[in-house]
Write a protein that binds this ligand. Structure first.
Ligand SMILES: [Zn+2]
Length: 375
C-alpha cells in the first residue's frame, strides 16, 4: 500500500517533469526556428516570393528587416541591382516614396544623398530634382541655393570661386551682362553708415561708408617719402619689382591722407571745378580710402599719374590682383562707384579678394555687399 502510493507520486513527478521538458523543447525550437528565418514573420508572403524568385531569400534572412525593401517590392519598383541600397535608404512614409527611391537610384544618387533629400526637402523639390541630370545634393545645403538657377550656376565657369560663391554671384545676376549704370549724384551720399572694422584690409569706404574724423591707421610707415599702411608695403614692393621685370616703372604719388588733408583737397577742388564736377573725382572728407592707408595713386616713368594710355596700364590691369590690389574705380562703373575712371588709383584688399573681384569683373562696392558684408 505504501509502495503503491510512492510509485504513484513518482509517476506524477515524472509526468510533470516530462511536460516541462516538452514545453522547453517547443520553446527552444521556436526560438531556433525564428532566428533561422526571421523573414517569415516580418515580410509579407508576396515579398518573400519575389525575394525567393530572385535568389535573395538567404541574403535577406541574414539581414534586419527593411521597410524600404518591403515597400519597393509591394509597389512594384523592386530592382535586384539596388537590393543592397534599399537597406541603406531610410524609410519615409509618404505617397510616392517608392517611386522617388526608384528614380533617384536609377540616376545613381547614393543612398546617403537620398536620405538627405528625403529628410530635408519637400516632395515638390524632389520631383523637380528627378527631372534634372544628377547634380550634387550638397548644393542644396548652400544658403539661398535656387534650383531654378542650376543651369546658370553650372555655366558660371570659375577657377577661383567656390560653388557657394558662384551661387551668391548668380543670385545677384552677376552672370548677366548689364547695361552701364548712368551716374546720378542723387544716388550717392545717402544712407551714410560708419565704415565697418576700419583697421581691416577689407574695409569698404565709399560714398555710403564713412570713416570717423579721428580715424588714423595704427600701422603707418614711410614708403617713397609718403605715409602708408605697413600692410601694403611688401605687396607694393613686390608689384613694382615684377613690373620692372616686365619693363615698366611704377611709383607712388599719394598714399595715406588724413581727414584734414582730404578736407582741404575736396573744398579746394570744389572752388576750382564746382561741386558737381569735383564730386566725381574727389571724396568728401571721411569718404576717401586714402584715409585707410590702403590706397595709393600710382605714377610711372614721367613721375606723373598713370593714365589709360600709359604703357604700364594694361600690365597693371592684368596683374595688380596678383599682389592684392584692385583698380578701385574702373572704366564704365561711375554709376556704381560714384567716381570717374581712375587708372592710377589702386586699393589693397589682399590677394584672395583682389583675384575674385578681378575674376567677377565687378566693383569692390558690389563685391563687398555680396560677399563680405555678412561675414
Ligand atoms: Zn586716389
Amino acid at each position: 500500500m505504501k509502495k503503491e502510493k510512492r510509485n504513484k507520486k513518482l509517476k506524477i513527478l515524472i509526468g510533470i517533469f516530462s511536460v516541462i521538458l516538452i514545453i522547453c523543447c517547443v520553446l527552444l525550437f521556436i526560438e531556433i526556428f525564428s532566428k533561422a528565418s526571421p523573414i517569415k514573420g516580418k515580410y509579407s508572403k508576396e515579398v518573400i516570393t519575389v525575394l525567393d524568385n530572385n535568389n535573395l531569400l538567404d541574403k535577406a534572412n541574414k539581414l534586419d528587416y527593411s521597410p524600404t525593401l518591403e515597400i519597393m517590392i509591394k509597389d512594384d519598383y523592386f530592382n535586384k541591382k539596388h537590393f543592397d541600397d534599399y537597406y541603406l535608404v531610410d524609410y519615409h512614409e509618404y505617397e510616392g516614396f517608392s517611386k522617388h527611391v526608384s528614380q533617384l537610384l536609377e540616376k545613381e544618387y547614393e543612398p546617403e544623398k537620398i536620405n538627405y533629400l528625403m529628410s530635408n526637402q519637400t516632395k515638390e523639390l524632389i520631383n523637380k530634382i528627378i527631372t534634372l541630370d544628377k547634380f550634387e545634393i550638397d548644393y542644396l545645403k548652400i544658403k539661398d541655393f535656387d534650383l531654378d538657377k542650376l543651369a546658370r550656376y553650372k555655366e558660371f565657369n570659375s577657377y577661383v570661386l567656390s560653388f557657394e560663391e558662384i551661387v551668391k554671384a548668380v543670385n545677384h545676376d552677376i552672370d548677366i551682362k548689364k547695361d552701364e549704370v548712368p551716374y546720378d549724384s542723387a544716388n550717392f551720399y545717402i544712407n551714410i553708415k560708419p565704415a565697418i572694422d576700419p583697421h581691416s584690409d577689407i574695409t569698404l569706404v565709399n560714398k555710403a561708408y564713412v570713416l570717423d574724423k579721428s580715424f588714423v591707421p595704427n600701422d603707418l610707415v614711410n614708403f617713397e617719402s609718403k605715409s602708408i599702411s605697413k600692410r601694403v608695403v611688401e605687396p607694393l614692393k613686390e608689384m613694382f619689382e615684377y613690373a620692372k621685370e616686365a619693363g615698366y616703372h611704377l611709383c607712388t604719388i599719394s598714399s595715406y591722407r588724413s581727414y584734414n588733408t582730404q578736407t582741404s583737397l575736396f573744398y579746394g577742388y570744389i572752388k576750382r571745378d564746382g561741386r558737381a564736377h569735383a564730386e566725381r573725382y574727389s571724396a568728401k572728407p571721411g569718404h576717401s580710402e586714402h584715409q585707410l592707408g590702403l590706397a595709393t595713386d600710382l605714377c610711372t616713368t614721367n613721375g606723373k599719374r598713370i593714365t589709360v594710355d600709359s604703357p604700364v596700364y594694361p600690365w597693371l590691369e592684368n596683374n595688380a590682383h596678383k599682389f592684392g590690389f584692385i583698380i578701385r574705380f574702373p572704366k564704365g562703373k561711375t554709376g556704381i562707384t560714384g567716381y570717374n575712371f581712375e587708372p592710377w588709383h589702386v586699393r589693397y584688399i589682399g590677394k584672395e579678394h583682389a583675384t575674385k573681384v578681378k575674376e567677377l569683373d565687378i566693383t569692390y562696392d558690389e563685391y563687398y555687399e555680396i560677399f563680405l558684408k555678412e561675414r
